[in-house]
Design a protein around this ligand. Structure first.
Ligand SMILES: [Zn+2]
Length: 60
């Protein structure tokens, strides 16, 4: 099992680093996760609702 290095960023000098602290300030993760399970579910729900909407239009 490999452990991927997390690139972090100092909010003071905007320097990318792997250290947890820089300039005595806690660094933040440079690449936050984009995908969230909840977001994907809500997106799927929108598609379902949109599909139902199209069906009703076809009936008309
Ligand atoms: Zn810094």
């Amino acid at each position: 099992m490999k452990t991927k290095p997390r690139i972090r960023k100092c909010s003071l000098c905007h320097t990318y680093t792997m250290a947890l602290e820089h300039h005595n300030t806690q660094t933040s993760i440079a690449h936050p996760p984009i995908f969230k399970p909840n977001d994907r579910l809500s997106e799927y729900r929108v598609i379902v609702l949109h599909g139902n909407d199209n069906k009703e239009k076809e009936r008309d």
